[in-house]
Design a protein around this ligand. Structure first.
Ligand code: TYM
Length: 331
């Protein structure tokens, strides 16, 4: 079985629809076909300033949501990044083969640091190198992510190749797995921007754990485009196209089928139906999330077993990397 690894940050009280459709949905599918490792990346979540109590809570909520969305601990390895110290250890080694200018070209770093220049940390700068370590430790073949992670995946490939060339074959060179249709779910209020935990306004983002009536309202007040016809046209009708994308993904239907169904009907009909579909989707997810959170013993056990399985793989890779880079092994 090919190996897959991906991660998600516990930086909010809820994941949003973009996280699910762009990434987690594919994680769920790939646990059936791949040797799958999925990680709540708490080390990445402290790069922009955080509250310790909120972080701990959000880490639990993240794990509970992943289970509620369909990850099955019998079919995949679900773990918390800080439980596996090898991530930070390999991150250091990789940071020593990354160019300063190379890291400075990461657009997520440029965007985020431009917005908060005086509070930008070194951790935010080296963030993508730690992400490379996450991936390379597991010798992943594929990394299911949204479009916004493509550049980080390119860096990961470059670092793997560079290390292998300099110090001998050590890492598998992974590819990004990005499904075109759902790679960039956009902001409901600003449909040319991605739906984002940090950048979207509250009405632009559907949080999986928010009151379902609130989600319905947001869908109904989503910014659509001038004209009345329901067409899929990302250039000229980004708002309607985004709603169609979400609709198709949640109902497993094609855009063409939807266009036929809504032929001659208005935006209002489409929004009303989609609002209902979203509500029906989130309700059971919320119930299951709540149930997992009410059983912390189970959650802790899942994460402990996950960490142990992850470490078994990560420690082998780290030992090889240490050996190849020339560290003296302890007697
Ligand atoms: P994060 O936590 O920001 O997002 C988790 C996943 O959701 C995807 N995503 C989207 N997909 C489609 N449309 C959107 N609007 C949208 N918003 C977010 C992201 O692409 C991501 O796949 N750096 C990563 C976390 C990470 C990681 C890793 C990922 C750390 N180590 C190793 C893969 C492998 C991040 O910040 O994701």
């Amino acid at each position: 079985r090919p190996r897959v690894l991906s991660g998600i940050q516990p930086t909010a009280d809820s994941f949003h629809l973009g996280n699910y459709l762009g990434a987690v949905r594919n994680w769920v599918a790939m646990q059936e076909t791949h040797d799958a490792y999925y990680c709540v990346v708490d080390l990445h979540a402290i790069t922009m300033g955080h509250d310790p109590i909120a972080l701990r809570n959000r880490t639990r909520i993240s794990a509970a949501q992943l289970l509620a969305l369909g990850l099955d601990p019998e079919r995949c390895t679900l773990f918390v990044q800080s439980h596996v110290p090898e991530h930070a250890q390999l991150g250091w080694v990789l940071s020593c083969i990354t160019g300063f200018g190379e890291a400075g070209r990461m657009v997520q770093f440029k965007d985020k640091s431009a917005k908060a220049a005086d509070t930008t940390t070194v951790g935010l700068f080296t963030y993508p190198i730690l992400q490379a370590a996450d991936i390379l430790l597991y010798q992943a073949d594929q990394v299911p992510v949204g479009e916004d992670q493509r550049q980080h995946l390119e860096l990961t490939r470059d670092l793997a190749q560079r290390f292998n060339t300099r110090y001998g074959p050590t890492f598998r060179v992974p590819s990004a797995f990005i499904l075109r249709d759902t790679a960039k779910i956009t902001d409901l209020q600003d449909p040319t921007a991605k739906m984002s935990k940090s950048a979207s306004s509250p009405n632009g983002i559907i949080e999986l754990l928010e009151e379902p009536a609130r989600s319905a309202k947001k869908i109904k007040s989503a910014v659509t485009d001038t004209g009345r016809e329901i067409l899929y046209d990302e250039e000229n009708k980004p708002g309607v196209s985004n709603l169609l994308t979400i609709y198709a993904a949640l109902t497993m239907r094609t855009i063409d089928e939807l266009l036929e169904q809504y032929d001659g009907r208005g935006y209002g009909d489409l929004k009303k139906d989609l609002a209902e579909i979203v509500v029906e989707f989130v309700k059971p997810v919320q119930e299951r999330t709540r149930a997992y959170l009410e059983d912390p013993g189970y959650l802790d056990k899942v994460l402990a077993i996950g960490a142990e399985k992850a470490r078994a793989v990560a420690s082998v890779t780290l030992a090889e990397a240490y050996q190849n880079v020339g560290f003296l092994s302890p007697a």
